[in-house]
Write a protein that binds this ligand. Structure first.
Ligand SMILES: *Cc1c(COP(=O)(O)O)cnc(C)c1O
Length: 354
């Protein structure tokens, strides 16, 4: 990659890594020593800075705080079996960030700021990339409208930031989820396909209501007819029906998950039949009645797969059979882990290793 942009690096005088209990990594508890910040103003991106992790300062009139121009990414770097570091599917995450920024009318972060910035940041914090099975360095790139001006407008200034922190993979108890037919996460023509903060803020209320009623999550349905399954909480939704891995097709109300895409590809490698098709509530009810549905799960970078044990549809609890390690979701998860830690060949060129 040709570097037209210099990076300015100011290392931390002291690392905080000795504060980390690598045997008990809780999601979101620890942040690595450094962060990248890059400002956009007057139509250009300024020199990216890698500096010690710390607070940002912003004006109360910053547009992001009022009108919600914020987007983010969630990705992971892995410790390979040979000790090197792999940032998984860095280019796919960059493409999605670009689509999210575009949807929110925000300035596009240059590819080299993202790719080269991530490489330099993670290399500087390389000690923070854990090695135990299931662990990773979670990476959070995000951007927000930083222009200080009150009055509704598209911001002319942005800040792009990347920080990271070590996380562990946890055993996931099968979730009890409710098919949501009153509230919607994303409407046709809306921002559902963009990874923007507002999608999360808007989803909290129905999710809290579901939690109060004894569920872990909601299975979102489409905003038009409330008839088709869209996503599972903030993860993509996948099912195994009649031995086929089934998931709804991407649309402007379904986020293009990197995990979803990876699992579908790996299913092909394992000769597991895959169908991308609308999954209606009726399809699920029928599959439960006929005992043809054997798995239901969410897929996302943080949890990788989140098994679903019970689906509540119109007042009835439908139970999935108990999952064994041989379940398709776990076979796919293991295959994914093997590939991105270098135990298996990276035949899809998903790894960015250094
Ligand atoms: C981030 C996200 C996902 C999962 O995407 P991954 O790239 O697999 O982490 C799914 N749905 C929504 C709404 C999301 O925001």
């Amino acid at each position: 990659m040709e570097l037209t942009q210099e990076f300015s690096i100011r290392p931390a005088t002291q690392s905080r890594i000795q504060e980390v209990d690598f045997n008990h990594l809780e999601f979101g508890k620890y942040v690595a020593d450094h962060m990248l910040v890059c400002d956009y103003a007057n139509g250009t991106w300024e020199t990216p800075q890698i500096i010690p992790f710390g607070n940002l300062s912003l004006s109360p009139t910053s547009l992001a705080l009022h009108y919600g121009q914020t987007v983010f990414e969630g990705m992971k770097a892995f410790r390979m079996v040979d000790g090197r570091i792999n940032i998984f599917r860095i280019h796919k995450h960059y493409e999605r960030l670009t689509r999210s920024l575009d949807r929110m009318c925000m300035a596009i972060v240059p590819e080299e700021v993202f790719i080269e910035g991530l490489r330099q940041l993670v290399a500087l914090d390389s000690k923070w990339v854990p090695a135990a099975p299931g662990t990773a360095l979670y990476i959070r790139p995000f951007a927000y409208a930083s222009e200080a001006k009150f009055g509704v407008k598209v911001s002319d200034e942005y800040k792009f930031v990347i920080f990271s922190g070590p996380v562990a993979g946890a055993f996931q108890k099968p979730l009890r989820v409710k098919v949501e037919t009153s509230y919607v996460r994303a409407a046709r023509g809306g921002t559902g396909a963009a990874k923007c903060g507002g999608n999360y803020g808007g989803a909290y209320y129905p999710t809290q209501k579901a939690k109060e009623a004894g569920f872990d999550q909601v299975l979102w349905t489409d905003g038009r007819e409330n008839k088709y399954i869209e996503e599972s909480g903030m993860m993509n939704a996948l099912f195994v029906i009649d031995g086929v891995l089934v998931t709804p097709p991407l649309s402007d109300s379904i986020l293009d998950g990197v995990t979803r895409d990876s699992l579908l590809t790996l299913a092909g490698d394992l000769d597991i039949p895959v169908e991308t098709r609308p999954v209606s509530i009726e399809d699920l009810e029928k599959a439960f009645r006929q005992h043809t549905i054997t798995e239901a799960f969410g897929a996302g970078t943080a949890a990788i797969v989140a098994p679903i044990g019970t689906i509540h549809i119109n007042g009835i609890d439908y139970h999935l059979p108990d999952y064994t390690p041989g379940a398709i979701m776990y076979r796919l998860k293991d295959k994914l882990e093997a590939m991105r830690t270098g135990k298996e060949e990276d035949i899809h060129h998903w790894n960015y290793v250094f």
